[in-house]
Design a protein around this ligand. Structure first.
Ligand code: HEC
Length: 158
């Protein structure tokens, strides 16, 4: 009886250990399901469009619109921090943390621009953010997914 209880505990402990060290998502899943859609919300917020129909600007209108933009920037800070946790840094060079921190920093600027409701600043920071994403992708290219087959990286639609 005692032996059996011990065995059950051991298995439970092993399973718990496994769960603690494995990331909830792979980097690829996190990028695809969280980082990309969230960055897209930010990039889509301000667009200066010039085409055969003339010039028109897409900018956040209501407080709720602005809050959506701010929230996207705040979430991107969290993802940048998540990328710096053990589960994601394992086996990477120190520059991984630098790139992830750059993502946190630019997202902070991005959030401030949204708080200030500064349209031009949101537009400007969007471009910087894109460069920050690309810098990491250049050093750590995709191993799976559409990116791996040579599809160009997503770009701000602005
Ligand atoms: C610290 C490094 C790093 C940063 C910063 C980073 N990425 Fe990534 N990203 C990766 C890696 C590594 C992959 C490839 C994952 C794989 O295929 O194994 C990737 C893949 C992707 C993919 C392809 C996912 C798919 O469908 O397969 C997208 C889209 C993407 N990233 C978007 C972004 C955006 C947008 C940002 C900036 C807001 C960003 N990434 C910032 C490391 C990073």
């Amino acid at each position: 009886m005692r032996t059996r209880t011990f065995a059950v505990f051991t298995i439970a402990a092993l399973l718990a250990g496994c769960r603690a060290s494995a990331p909830a998502e792979t980097v690829q899943q996190m990028m695809k399901n969280k980082v990309q859609p969230t960055a897209q919300v930010y990039w889509d917020a301000v667009q200066y469009i010039s085409d055969e129909n003339g010039n028109r600007d897409i900018v956040p209108q209501t407080d709720a619109d602005w809050e959506k933009v701010r929230k996207a920037a705040a979430d991107l800070q969290d993802y940048g921090k998540l990328l710096q946790t053990d589960a994601y840094t394992k086996g990477r060079n120190p520059d991984w943390v630098k790139f992830s921190q750059a993502m946190v920093d630019v997202s902070k600027q991005a959030e401030q621009a949204a708080k200030d409701k500064n349209v031009d600043k949101v537009f400007e920071v969007s471009g910087t953010m894109y460069n920050v994403c690309s810098a990491c992708h250049m050093v750590y290219p995709a191993t799976v997914g559409p990116e791996a087959s040579g599809t160009p990286a997503p770009s701000p639609s602005a």
